[in-house]
Design a protein around this ligand. Structure first.
Ligand code: DGT
Ligand code: CA
Ligand code: CA
Length: 578
C-alpha cells in the first residue's frame, strides 16, 4: 500500500490525540504532535527512503523511538500503537478534539458521562440540553459546541500545498504503471502552486482510457469511488482528499493539461480569445471547424492563439493574457537563481542542527551564502539569544567560516519587534551583525493602525534590513495580523529594507498578491527558508512557487545576487528619519 508523509503525519497526529484522551504523559503526546508536524511538512519522501533501505535523515525532535515508528509505518502501513489505541477509543471521540474549545478533559467527560462517540451524537446531546448538565459545562458552552459542530461540517477542507504534493507524487507513481499509459501529470491548483489545494486533478495520455481509470480505482488508498468511466474517474482517498482523473488521447494531452490546470478564469479568457480568432478551444484541442489545429502540447496551443507559453503560476487572469499579447510576460524567477539564504536557525535557539551542519546543508542545496539568524531573548520558548550569547555565537560563526569552503556564513539575528516598535536587543548588540531581521511574534491582535505604526517604527531602525514573514499568518492555523501592507511595502522601499517571502510551507508569507504589490512598488523581496533543520532548505522550492505566482523575476529578489552585492546592500546606510 503506497503511503506518503501525509499519511504518516496523520497517523502520528491521531496517536497524539488518542494518547491525550487517555491522559498519557504530556511529553509523549507532544512528541507525537511534533513528529506529525515535522513529517507532514517534509519534502523528502520518507516511505520511499525506507523502501530503498536508506537511513532516515536526522529530523528535529525525532529520536530512535519515533524513527522506529516511521520505519514500522513505511514497512507495514500501520502503527501497532495506533491500532491498539483505536480499539480502545472510538474515532468519533478523537474528532471531537478538533472542535475549538474542546480539550481532552472535556471530550473525556462527554465520552464517559454522556457516552457520545460521534459528532452527530454530540450535536444531539447538545440540542437535548444534556451537555449543560455536566459539571464544568453550561448553557453557553453547549451553544458554542453546537455552533462549532456546524462550522466544522461546513468548512471546505483544503490541504497545504506541501501535503497535496505528497499525495500527488504517490498517485502519479501509481498511474505511471497503468497498462498503455503515456504521459501523466498533475494539473489544477497544485500545478499553479497555490498555497492550498482543494482536490487533485490528474491527467493521463492513453488511447485506452478505461484501463487507466480502472487502474486508479485499484489504488489501495481509495476509500470511495464517486464516478468512473472511459475517460474520467473521481475517487476519494481514505484521508478525504478527492482525486479527479482525466484520460485523453496523446494528441490532446497539451490542451487537456491547459484545461485542467486552469484557473477557470484564465480558461474563460483563453476560450474567448480563441473565438475572437475564429477557433474553438476545449480540453481536446484548438479547432478550426472540425480540424484539430493544436493539442499535443501546451506551447502549441498557446502559439496557435498567438501567445507565448504562459507559466502555470501566472494563470489566474491577473493580467497575464494582456502581458502575453504585448510580449511583456515576466521572466519568472527559478530555484536555480537563488544564490543564498538570509534566514536560518541553529541549535543556539530553536533550530535542531549546529551552525556548521546548517552551513553544509545549505551548500548541499546549492547555496553559496547563509545568514545565521537565531531568535532574540524575548522568545524564551525558543531559547532566544541575549547580547552575551549573540556575541559568542558570532565568534563561533567566524570560526566555522574558516573551516568552510564554497559557502560563506553571515552573522545575524531574527530580532523580536517589541510592542512599541523598538527592538528586543540594544543597538550595541546589533551593530556588529551582518544581517538584522525584524520579526513580529507577539501582539497579533493590535488594531490595523497600531500594528502598522509598530512595524513602520521597526523598519526605521538603521540596522534592520529584512522584515520577516510580513503578515504573520500560519496557513489554516492563524490568521494574518491586520496591517496596511501598502504602507509597509512603501516604507521598505524607501528604507532599503527587503520584505521576506518566508518559504516555510505553513507560512508562505508574503502572499502572492503582496509579492506583486512589492514588485509594482519597486520594493525588494528576499526568499528565505527560515530553516530550523538541515532538510528545511528544501522548502525554498515552495517560496519560489509563491514568488512566481507573484510575478517576481530574478532582479526583484535580493538573494539571487552574489554575496559581494548582497554585502554592499547590507552595509549601505539607510535613509531614515531617525
Ligand atoms: P482547487 O481544487 O479548489 O484547489 O482549485 P482548482 O483550480 O484545482 O479547481 P478544480 O479542481 O475545480 O478544477 C480544476 C481545473 O479544471 C480548473 O482550474 C479549471 C478547470 N475547470 C473546472 N471547472 C471548469 C469550468 O466550469 N470551466 C472551465 N473553463 N474550466 C473549468
Ligand atoms: Ca483541484
Ligand atoms: Ca477537481
Amino acid at each position: 500500500m503506497p503511503k506518503t508523509n501525509a499519511d504518516l503525519a496523520a497517523a502520528f497526529e491521531q496517536t497524539a490525540d488518542l494518547l491525550e484522551l487517555q491522559q498519557a504523559n504530556p511529553f509523549r503526546v507532544r512528541a507525537y504532535r511534533n513528529a506529525a508536524r515535522v513529517v507532514g511538512e517534509l519534502k523528502l519522501d520518507l516511505v520511499s527512503l525506507v523502501e530503498q533501505g536508506k537511513p532516515l535523515p536526522r529530523l528535529p525532535g525525532i529520536g530512535a523511538d519515533l524513527a522506529g515508528k516511521i520505519e514500522e509505518f513505511a514497512r507495514t502501513g500501520h502503527l501497532a500503537l495506533l491500532d491498539r489505541l483505536r480499539k480502545q477509543i472510538p474515532s468519533g471521540v478523537a474528532e471531537m478534539l478538533q472542535l475549538p474549545g474542546l480539550g481532552p478533559k472535556r471530550v473525556r467527560a462527554l465520552y464517559e458521562e454522556l457516552h457520545v462517540t460521534t459528532l452527530r451524537e454530540l450535536a444531539r446531546a447538545a440540542r437535548d440540553g444534556r451537555v449543560r448538565e455536566l459539571p464544568g459545562f453550561g448553557a453557553k458552552t453547549e451553544q458554542r459546541i453546537l455552533e462549532a459542530i456546524e462550522a466544522h461540517a461546513g468548512k471546505p477542507q483544503r490541504l497545504k500545498l506541501v501535503t497535496a504534493a505528497q499525495y500527488a507524487r504517490a498517485l502519479l507513481g501509481w498511474l505511471r504503471k497503468a497498462p498503455g499509459v503515456g504521459e501523466v501529470a498533475a494539473a489544477g491548483s497544485l500545478r499553479r502552486s497555490r498555497e492550498t489545494v482543494g482536490d487533485l486533478d490528474l491527467l493521463a495520455a492513453a488511447d485506452d482510457g478505461a484501463t487507466v481509470c480502472q487502474h486508479l480505482l485499484a489504488y489501495p488508498d481509495v476509500a470511495e469511488v464517486r464516478a468512473s468511466g472511459d475517460t474520467r474517474a473521481t475517487v476519494v482517498l481514505a484521508s478525504g482528499l478527492q482525486v479527479d482523473l482525466r484520460v485523453v488521447p496523446p494528441g490532446s494531452f497539451g490542451a487537456a493539461l491547459m484545461y485542467f490546470t486552469g484557473s477557470k478564469a484564465h480558461n474563460i479568457r483563453l476560450r474567448t480569445l480563441a473565438i475572437e480568432r475564429g477557433f474553438k478551444l476545449n480540453e481536446y484541442g484548438l479547432f478550426e471547424g472540425r480540424k484539430l489545429v493544436a493539442g499535443a502540447s501546451e506551447a502549441q496551443v498557446y502559439r496557435a492563439l498567438g501567445l507565448p507559453w504562459i507559466a502555470p503560476e501566472l494563470r489566474e487572469d491577473r493580467g497575464e493574457i494582456e502581458a502575453a499579447l504585448k510580449g511583456k510576460l515576466p521572466v519568472l524567477i527559478e530555484r536555480a537563481d537563488l544564490a543564498g539564504d538570509l534566514h536560518a536557525h541553529t541549535n543556539w535557539s530553536d533550530g535542531t542542527a549546529s551552525i556548521e551542519a546548517m552551513a553544509r546543508a545549505a551548500q548541499a542545496h546549492g547555496l553559496s551564502y547563509l545568514a545565521i539568524s537565531d531568535h532574540s531573548r524575548r522568545l524564551t520558548v525558543a531559547h532566544g539569544l541575549d547580547p552575551q550569547r549573540l556575541a559568542k555565537q558570532c565568534a563561533e560563526v567566524e570560526a566555522v567560516n574558516r573551516k568552510l569552503d564554497g559557502i560563506t556564513l553571515l552573522t545575524g539575528i531574527e530580532v523580536d519587534v517589541l510592542d512599541d516598535g523598538s527592538l528586543d536587543l540594544p543597538d550595541s548588540a546589533l551593530e556588529p551583525l551582518d544581517v538584522v531581521i525584524a520579526a513580529v511574534h507577539s501582539k497579533f491582535d493590535l488594531s490595523r493602525a497600531a500594528q502598522t505604526r509598530r512595524i513602520l517604527a521597526a523598519l526605521e531602525h538603521p540596522k534592520v534590513k529584512i522584515l520577516a514573514h510580513p503578515v504573520g499568518r500560519l496557513i489554516d492555523r492563524r490568521d494574518p495580523y491586520d496591517v496596511d501592507m501598502l504602507a509597509v511595502i512603501r516604507k521598505c522601499r524607501a528604507a532599503g529594507v527587503a520584505l521576506e517571502l518566508n518559504a516555510h510551507p505553513e507560512r508562505l508569507d508574503l502572499t502572492d498578491t503582496a509579492c506583486r504589490m512589492a514588485k509594482d512598488e519597486g520594493a525588494r523581496v528576499v526568499i528565505n527558508s527560515d530553516a530550523h533543520a538541515e532538510h528545511e532548505f528544501d522548502n525554498l522550492d515552495f517560496g519560489i512557487g509563491q514568488a512566481r505566482r507573484g510575478w517576481l523575476e530574478k532582479a526583484d529578489v535580493i538573494n539571487t545576487r552574489p554575496l559581494r552585492e548582497v554585502r554592499a546592500w547590507l552595509a549601505a546606510a539607510k535613509e531614515t528619519t531617525r
